[in-house]
Every structure is written in C-alpha cells, then in structure tokens.
Design a protein around this ligand. Structure first.
Ligand code: ADP
Ligand code: MG
Ligand code: ZN
Length: 498
C-alpha cells in the first residue's frame, strides 16, 4: 500500500511514537588474504584476477580458516566487552545470488565468536550504553556490475558483469541489541555509535574502516511504538554508507513510519534502500525469516575453540579505548569540548593527529582540515583523505606560516592551489608568486602611502589610540594584495607614529 500523505516533521513524529533501533555493521578486515583461501584482498585489481577454486566455489575445493581473521574477530569482541565463545562453528546461510558462487555464504549463526557486550557513546555530553548482541565472522560476496541502463541498477540494464575478487574477503558483522534511547537523540545516538565503532576498529588496526570504500557498511533497523508498548515491526535500511547518512536515514524512517502508522497503515518487515541524493528510503525486498536460509553447521570447517590463554594474550594487545585517547589528545592539543567534537564528527581525528606528529600546531592542523579541505571535500563529495592534499602538504603550509614566509591569507591560497591539483605547497608558492612582503623598503613605502592617505587615523595613533592601527594595516593589505607581513607592517607604523 502506498501512503501519499505528507510526512510529519521529526518532532511531530516523536511527539507520538518512540523509535527502537538496531544497527548491523559489516567491517571488511584488512587481512592480506581472504577468509578461507590464500587469495589476495588487494583493492582495485583487474576483475577476477584474485580468485581460486575455493572463493569461486568450485566443486571439490575446501576452505581453510584465516587465523589472522579469527584473531581480529576476537580482538574486536574483547574491545566491545563481549564474551568470547569457547567453542563455535561456522554455518552455511543458503541462498542464491549470482555474486555468491557457492549458493551459500559461510557465516556464523547461533554460535557467534563474540557475544553479549556493550559500547558507550556520548551525545551532547550524555553517555548512552549500546548493548552488543554479537560479533560474528563471515565472508564477503563478489560484486555485480549492471551495465547498459541509466541507473546502474539491474532494472533497465542490458547485461551484468561479475567480479569475484571480493568474494571471500573476511567480514565481521557486529549487531547491537535493540537500542532504546530518548527519541529526540535517537538518530544522533545511531550516528555516534557508528562513529565510535569506526574509531575503535581503526584503533585496533584491523581495518581502515573507510565507509566510502565499502570497508565499513551499516544497515539501520528502525521500528516505532507507542510509549511502553511492545516493539513494533522493524524495517532494515541497507548500506547506509556515511556517518551523516546513518543519522539522516534513521530520521527519515522515523518520519515515514509515523506517517504510515498514523494514517492507519501497517509497517511490513522489509529491507529498504537508502538514497543519498533524495534523503529517502524505498522499499526493497520482504525480509526472509532465518528459517528461509536453511542454516546448518559448515561441515568442511573444524569448529573454532580459542584457547583461553590465547584470548588473554589478545586482551593484552587491546589499544587505549578511543574515548580515553580522545581525552588525552584534547588535553595535549588544548581544544575545547566543542572543538574536539567538531574534529571527531568531521572524521579528522587521525588526520589532525598525523599532522601534529609531523610538526604542525594542533590549532593549525584543525583549521586547515576542518576549513578549506573540508569545504572542497564536501563540494566534491569525497572524504578528507581524498580531497587532494596530504598530511605532509598541510604540515608544510603550517611550517611556511611559522617561518614567516606566508600569512594566513596567502596560506589559504596555497592550500587552494594544492587542492586544485597545482602541486605541492612549494610549487604553488613558486607558480603563483605568493611571497610575503616583509622587507622594510617595499613595506615601508606602503606604510607611508597609507599614513598619507588617512591623516586622521594617523593622528589618532599619535594620540595613543592603538586600536586605529588596524585601519592602516587594512589599507596596506589592500595595496599589497594581501601579501604584506601584518606584524612587520604594524611595527613600521608604530615606529613612524610614536
Ligand atoms: P536480521 O538477520 O534479520 O538482519 P539481526 O538479528 O541480524 O536480524 O539484526 C536485527 C537488528 O535489529 C538487531 O540489531 C536487533 O537488535 C534489532 N531489532 C530487533 N528487533 C527490533 C525492532 N522491533 N525494532 C528495531 N530494531 C530491532
Ligand atoms: Mg543481520
Ligand atoms: Zn581464493
């Protein structure tokens, strides 16, 4: 049934209904080889060049478990405060799809390697505990490419191509318990959860967890209910692939479901597709029940029984928790809570960290990554990492400012040039002729002109009103097209007028 009534606002929706959420996050591990064979996992290779009988599902091939993948799964489980199974098995999840040549996915079902944990997240200074139902191991599918249509979807395509390079890459699926938080913060909590999980995964070093590359993918389950009523029927919005989209998709689903329910409709349990461009979800397929998959234990793999000593060894390798690390860095960098939150929300924590490690000031690093670079990255719809400027470039710009070769205004032009593909900061400086005018002869002439042009201002300064100096510096900047060294200009003005 199609509901055509206009959607209520988010506030209207939550005035009546309470949302319940559940997040399923898939993380592609950064192991060198696949989950059950020795094929390379390197990204971007020629299609089907990284395959073998096992990951192509050829008859007679046998899988062997990747130990590093199991180790990563256990470390993720421990970092999420989970219990680690003493004994667990893989299971076959049976269904047909062309990108899955075995006709089943080797996954885990009722015996996950890690279960019953939690992670704390903070929104607007309030901490929420997100329960972790389980973290289990599975393998990725191949990739279908639908060719010949306008949309890249199968509808309208003339044919489809299949690339099995991704088939068998290790995945960890992390599933939360139902999340029940105050309705007004629900979308923000969902986003904070995925953000925090990404930090944790990166800190563990098990994956770069870059959502724009599909290394981390989020499915968002949402249902509505009246206060104190049993849980409603959920929908599962698939592949919500940016932090911002998590928040938007949850918000949209809350509004859409409220419209359906309040107009007398019912929510069907289904998967839905998220559309980044319109900010809407559309109906996918009616959700299979677990029994449709005919799960059964994988007979070709031995059970996993991680020795307790091994688990303890892995526990000792856990990194400092991201929240503790953030507090430490915030203190070292001298950032306010708000500044630190901006850095984290922009996904710039590791970039700022790396830039500071190369010698830049924390304030300078933050200013560029969250300013010019973020603006250009947004315009182009790419991540900060892919905006076209490196940590070394930003560090170099900061060094040029510190040594007095650039002022802020010139530095901005240098960053713009680097982002436009004009080369390194030094190359942009040379090509655009961006030099700070600070030699006293050239600057002195501009100072004299400015004083001559504004005698009333000069008189104020002579009379001790130093606040008026700015007006003269402004004129000097204009005359030198922003290339004057403001500090030196100020000194020269005071030399002449005091
Ligand atoms: P499936 O295999 O159908 O995707 P999972 O158990 O893997 O189911 O994940 C379902 C997710 O939805 C979990 O995070 C779970 O906590 C959450 N969930 C379960 N019931 C509801 C509900 N009624 N409303 C919202 N979320 C729910
Ligand atoms: Mg699931
Ligand atoms: Zn293989």
């Amino acid at each position: 049934m199609t509901v055509t009534t206009a959607l209520p606002s988010f506030d209207e929706a939550i005035a009546t209904y309470e949302p319940v959420m559940g997040m399923e996050v898939h993380v592609e591990l950064g192991t060198a080889t696949k989950m059950f064979c020795g094929c390379s996992t390197a990204f971007g290779a020629e299609p089907n060049s990284q395959t073998c009988p096992t990951c192509l599902g050829l008859p007679g091939s046998l899988p062997v478990v990747n130990k590093i993948a199991v180790e990563s799964a256990i470390r993720i489980g421990l970092a999420l405060n989970c219990s680690i199974a003493e004994w667990c098995r893989f299971a076959r999840k049976n269904y047909f799809y062309p990108d899955m040549p075995k006709n089943f996915q080797t996954s885990q079902y009722d015996e996950p390697i890690a279960f019953d944990g939690y992670m704390d997240v903070t929104v607007d200074g309030v901490e929420y505990r997100i329960g972790i139902e389980r973290a289990h191991m599975e393998e990725d599918t191949g990739k279908s490419l639908h060719v010949g249509g306008a949309t890249g979807r199968i509808h309208g395509a003339s044919h489809s191509l299949l690339d099995y390079n991704r088939s068998g890459i290790p995945l960890i699926e992390i599933v939360t318990k139902p999340i029940e938080v105050p309705a007004e913060v629900a979308p923000a909590v969902a986003r904070a959860y995925v953000t925090e999980l990404r930090e944790l995964i990166r800190a563990l070093g098990v994956s770069e967890a870059r959502m724009e590359l599909g290394q981390m993918r989020c499915d968002a389950n949402v249902s509505l209910r009246l206060p104190d009523a049993p849980f409603g029927t959920r929908t599962e919005t698939k592949n919500v692939n940016s932090l911002r989209s998590v928040e938007r998709a949850v918000t949209y689903e809350i509004r859409r479901q409220a419209a359906v329910i309040s107009s007398g409709g019912t929510i069907v349990q289904e998967t839905r597709h998220w559309h980044e461009d319109t900010g809407e979800t559309t109906s996918g397929r009616v959700k299979e029940e677990a029994e449709d998959y005919r799960y059964f234990p994988e007979p070709d793999l031995v059970p996993i029984a991680p020795a307790r000593e091994w688990v303890d060894e892995l526990r000792a390798t856990l990194p400092e928790p991201p929240a503790v690390r953030r507090a430490r860095l915030q203190e070292a960098w001298g950032f306010t809570d708000l500044e630190m939150r901006d850095v984290v929300n922009a996904g710039a924590l590791s970039l700022v960290f790396d830039t500071v490690a190369e010698g830049a000031s924390a304030g300078g690093a933050k200013k560029w990554w969250l300013g010019e670079v973020a603006r250009v990255a947004n315009e182009r719809g790419v991540s900060l990492e892919d905006a076209g400027i490196s940590v070394a470039d930003v560090t170099r710009v900061e060094a040029l400012i510190a040594e007095g070769s650039l002022n802020d205004k010139l530095a901005r032009q240098v960053v713009e040039g680097v982002l436009a593909g004009e080369g390194t900061p030094d190359e942009v400086v040379a090509a655009r002729g961006l030099v700070l005018v600070n030699d006293d002869a050239a600057l002195g002439a501009a100072v004299d002109d400015a004083i001559a042009a504004q005698p009333d201002v000069a008189e104020k300064i002579r009379g001790g009103n130093l606040g008026a100096v700015g007006a003269l510096i402004g004129a000097i900047m204009k005359a030198t097209k922003g290339q004057a060294d403001a500090k030196r200009a100020r000194a020269l003005i005071l030399e002449r007028l005091q």
